[in-house]
Design a protein. Structure first.
Length: 240
């Protein structure tokens, strides 16, 4: 009789643990979504939306879907950056520690909208967002100082591997006669970010990744100048 009771108790404990782990995973997903949509706008001064997020406490694997970074005021278009899916790998034991250890971030097929002067990148939507990030992190040097003292933006991170792959750039400027021309974004691969006790903050990570995206965008614009110019000629011909 005692043996059966112990077995029932053991089963009940296992079921309870499964429920707790499942609930915690769901809770972490909602926290991730809320964090992105709360911290993001304080850094970029634009709308930031995330469709959903999930994270497994057992495997450390997770994902985010439906990420949209809006445009600054004065720029047209529904987005500056749009990503359908981001895959994550996290060391589960670090989630509640002083520094979250992220083993992998894989950004699949992002859509980048460049709107502005191709000869003066600061006068573009991405350039404006970069300026906002610089202001939010206290400029180009020194300790990060997130706007409003936001603790989420200053949380320490370590990112072992960050990959942006399969991206596309939609360039709209006077050089293209106001018509979007689509180019391929070169893969961006960053490693060993935030190693050491100081780590890297979400604000610094965002600035680093977006800076590399902007640089890749400008490189492709320069490399495809002839094609962009032809796009302007075709657009003008079509208008005539």
């Amino acid at each position: 009789m005692m043996k059966k009771l112990l077995i029932k108790i053991a089963i009940a404990v296992v079921v309870l643990l499964v429920v707790v782990i499942f609930a915690a995973a769901m809770f972490l997903g909602s926290l991730m979504k809320k964090g992105v949509e709360t911290v993001g706008p304080t850094l970029t001064k634009t709308d930031v939306k995330l469709g959903s997020a999930s994270l497994s406490l057992l495997s450390g694997s997770g994902s985010m879907k439906g990420f949209v970074l809006g445009n600054p005021q004065g720029y047209q278009g529904d987005f500056a950056v749009k990503v359908g899916r981001v895959d994550l790998g996290v060391k589960p034991g670090s989630v509640l520690s002083d520094k979250i250890h992220i083993t992998l971030v894989r950004v699949e097929s992002p859509e980048i909208a460049f709107d502005g002067n191709v000869l003066s990148p600061k006068n573009s939507n991405l350039g404006k967002i970069m300026d906002n990030l610089q202001a939010a992190t206290g400029g180009t040097g020194g300790e990060s100082k997130p706007a409003g003292g936001n603790q989420g933006a200053s949380k320490k991170l370590q990112v072992d591997d960050f990959l942006v792959t399969g991206g596309r750039i939609h360039v709209t400027s006077a050089f293209t006669a106001g018509q979007p021309v689509t180019l391929a974004l070169p893969d961006i691969h960053l490693t060993a970010l935030g190693e050491g006790p100081d780590g890297i903050t979400a604000a610094e990570l965002t600035k680093k990744v977006l800076g590399d995206v902007l640089q890749g965008t400008l490189t492709e614009i320069a490399r495809n100048a002839t094609r962009l110019g032809q796009g302007a000629v075709d657009a003008a011909s079509g208008a005539v």
